[in-house]
Design a protein around this ligand. Structure first.
Ligand code: DG2
Length: 248
């Protein structure tokens, strides 16, 4: 028997996605296109008859605002919200603020893809106090030694799964429909966990902006449909290949 429905929503296009810059923990806003994608995501939820009862987001405005715009479009802006840094995007270390195309040209395909998609090779750490570091950001003041200076996907799995288990699974077990507003790589980490994707195969998985991905889960938290179901599969397929080809 299925327990509650889970919907994963990567934020709409951000202004740095539009400029092809590595973003990570830098708190950039949505672009105009991203705002429209978020509203469209909510319309898709409404049309599918999916009514979230609770929303979990990262601490980053592109995910917070996308979830809000989507819920507003679905007439669910009033539901309870939980936010946590464990849903944040992967910290992109010293690559934060760098142009993806220039990085590819400077370091070559192999290194570029190791940094972007390998499971366990983090980019070089960001320098404390540098322009795109978060060490003076008050929202992370309580993190202490947990504040990352860089992360690989494995690090994201390590910090995200405890939040999944302690905060999100109880909502699902209570029969709630849960919306998660998060990011390309934090959602890749969650999908890896849900679908049991291997460390090497996860390199080939990309998540498009603004298109809700629905999962129905069994009692033992296995997806009834492996990989879930995008609410607009054609748009998702096109957007997935655009993400895969970023930097080229
Ligand atoms: C992107 C993902 O994260 O980039 O940090 O640049 O989802 O928060 O826009 P998001 C970033 P890639 O790993 O796909 O290059």
């Amino acid at each position: 028997m299925a327990i509650g429905t889970l919907v994963l929503l990567r934020h709409g296009e951000s202004v740095w996605n539009a400029q092809n810059l590595f973003t990570g923990w830098v708190d950039v806003p949505l672009s105009e296109k991203g705002t429209a994608e978020a509203i469209r995501g909510g319309t898709l939820l409404r049309e599918a008859g999916i009514l979230p009862d609770v929303v979990h987001t990262s601490l980053q405005r592109r995910a917070i605002n996308t979830a809000h715009l989507a819920l507003d479009a679905a007439d669910r802006a009033w539901i309870p919200v939980k936010r946590d840094w464990r849903l944040n995007e992967r910290h992109y270390g010293a690559l934060q603020g760098k142009d993806k195309k220039q990085t590819l040209a400077e370091f070559g395909e192999e290194q570029f893809m190791l940094w972007r998609r390998s499971y366990d090779v983090p980019p070089p750490p960001i320098e404390r106090g540098s322009e795109f570091s978060q060490d003076a950001d008050p929202r992370y003041a309580g993190l202490g030694a947990d504040l990352p200076l860089t992360e690989c996907l494995k690090d994201v799995v390590t910090r995200l799964v405890p939040y999944w288990e302690s905060e999100i699974v109880p909502d699902l077990r209570a029969g709630r429909t849960v919306l998660i507003g998060a990011h390309g790589n934090s959602l890749r980490a969650l999908v890896k966990h849900l679908d049991g994707i291997s460390d090497s195969d996860i390199a080939g998985l990309n998540i498009p902006t603004g298109i809700p991905l629905r999962y129905d889960l069994t009692e033992d938290l296995a997806p009834t449909t492996p990989g879930g179901t995008y609410l607009d599969p054609d748009a998702a397929a096109a957007a997935i290949s655009a993400v895969a080809n970023q930097g080229r």
